[in-house]
Write a protein that binds this ligand. Sequence first.
Ligand code: ADP
Ligand code: MG
Length: 223
Amino acid sequence: YEKELKRLSNLDLIGQMAAGISHEIRNPMTTVRGFLQLIRKEEEFDNDNDYIDIMIEELDRANSIITEFLSMGNTRTSDLQMLDLNAIIHDITPLIEVDASNQNKLIQFDTQDIPKLLLNRNEIRQLLVNLYRNGLEAMYEGKVLSINTYKEDEKCVILSVRDQGEGIRPEVLEKLGTPFFTTKENGTGLGLGICYAIAARHNAKIEIQTGSEGTTFLVKFKI
Ligand code: ADP
Ligand code: MG
């Protein structure tokens, strides 16, 4: 038992160090990015602009990996409160709508009457953001993303995020949630892993239905 406690506090320490190191790595990266932008503006370097763009993109990718990693650390001790899931969705609706319209995609909401649930607001927000972004990224312009909540039965509330993308191939499906697994050029491969961790802390399950008409992520909360 004592060993276990010691192991846990060591883990804590490692987590704190990792968070500290992440911040420290970010500062020099920001400096390098700034100078790269300056170089890009100078005419004599015009020919190399492609390389500089790639360097900036790669820095941004490294930066978003750190952001997602830090968000994972922050939410390790999750305190849960009786909250209205629909209200959390409502809060970030403007963000979702801006993202969708920037990509020329449509959003549909159908939030039904559901009981309050034991939730951590920030974590549920993060879960929702990760799922809706994946949904938008999976679709062509003009397609519709649906975000719904409903009571499945007396014991279960469902949050569903349904896209009209091309579906997920079996070999990709197998690897979902594996840290850093991505099929996107600028992906981090951390989004779904974070969703699974958040669902687990809420005692919720994530189910995936996928086919040629699109993909639905169902988050099933126990009432
Ligand atoms: P990222 O979005 O950075 O690639 P994620 O962990 O969010 O990382 O997703 C991992 C992979 O899962 C994606 O690269 C994509 O191949 C697949 N994926 C996730 N959501 C969907 C979706 N709604 N439709 C199709 N593929 C998806
Ligand atoms: Mg993602």
